[in-house]
Design a protein around this ligand. Structure first.
Ligand code: SF4
Length: 289
């Protein structure tokens, strides 16, 4: 069985930089409280916890006077002020590409566009983008979400940074078709980030060359789910693996070539462990969870 890695996969610069900032602070003796997971990867979260980088749900959970970190996914524009008002210190690790989407949403609202955001309404990045639009942007996942929706004369479509590019393009086409017939101006801005585009393109190329694809990444990782989806759209079985115990030998029965990709928050060490475990299925080595 041959194992082939996607030519682009794993850590993106936004996640890597955010981790390094909080890790250095924690290791230097400054406890850091991150507002939500700094990274959707349990192995990294466990390592960070050991160096005093703790995940909290909100400002209420942060001890007075402590350092709170905004994650790479960003936060609403008023969050820093609310934290400072409570006597907390703030470090902002928002990815610059997320900052760009937030500013785009705010600018479009200022230019009187009705703003649509293609993404997951439950995702922190999307909630932050909506907050930067002053709560005016509408989150959609398909044209079905626009039933009974009355656009203004100008509509703009943007996206969560990690969306599936093919689905975004398809939605944009349908939106333009629906709005043009109503005399509405439509502006489409592709805000899917470059690392996401590169990884999605790479997993599609990989999927065409292998019998099965494994995408390594946390269950909460939106971009890892999109990699699985993209591989499946190419017609090959694809599975998401968070931990070694998720791997099943039956996935690889009869497979000549296995493709591996990884989400933007997956460290190389975990990818290496998964590769090694897949090889162990081939030679029938005992499996340890
Ligand atoms: S996935 Fe893209 S937007 Fe998100 S942190 Fe990485 S580089 Fe930034």
């Amino acid at each position: 069985m041959e194992i082939v890695r996607a030519h682009s996969m794993g850590f993106c610069f936004g996640v890597r930089d955010a981790i390094e900032i909080v890790r250095e602070l924690g290791e230097s003796g400054t406890p850091v409280f991150t507002l939500g997971a700094i990274v959707h990867n349990p192995q990294i979260a466990e390592q960070l916890e050991k160096v005093h980088v703790h995940v909290v749900e909100g400002l209420d959970d942060v001890p007075p006077g402590s350092l709170v970190a905004i994650t790479a996914h960003g936060a609403p524009p008023d969050l820093e002020g609310r934290a400072l008002a409570r006597g907390l210190k703030v470090i902002d690790t928002t990815c610059p590409l997320v900052t760009r989407i937030q500013k785009t949403a705010a600018d479009l609202v200022a230019q009187r566009y009705s703003v649509l955001v293609y993404g997951d309404p439950e995702h922190k990045e999307v909630q932050g983008i909506v907050a930067w639009s002053g709560g005016k942007a509408k989150v959609i996942s398909s044209m079905g979400d626009l039933e009974n929706w009355e656009p203004t004369r100008r509509v703009a479509l943007i996206s969560q940074s990690t969306s599936n590019i093919e689905k975004f393009v398809s939605l944009a086409r349908d939106l333009v078709a629906a709005m043009v017939t109503r005399g509405v101006e439509v502006r489409v801005i592709n805000t899917i980030c470059k690392p996401t585009k590169e990884r999605q393109r790479a997993v599609r190329e990989l999927a065409r060359e292998v019998d099965v694809v494994v995408a390594v990444g946390g269950r909460a990782s939106a971009n890892t789910r999109k990699l699985v989806q993209a591989a499946q759209e190419e017609g090959v079985p694809a599975y998401q693996v968070e931990r070694l115990g998720d791997l099943q030998a039956s996935w690889f029965a009869g497979a000549g070539r296995v493709g591996i990709t990884a989400g933007a928050s997956t460290p190389d060490s975990v990818i290496g462990q998964v590769e090694e475990r897949i090889r162990s299925f081939e030679v029938g080595q005992p499996v340890m969870a």
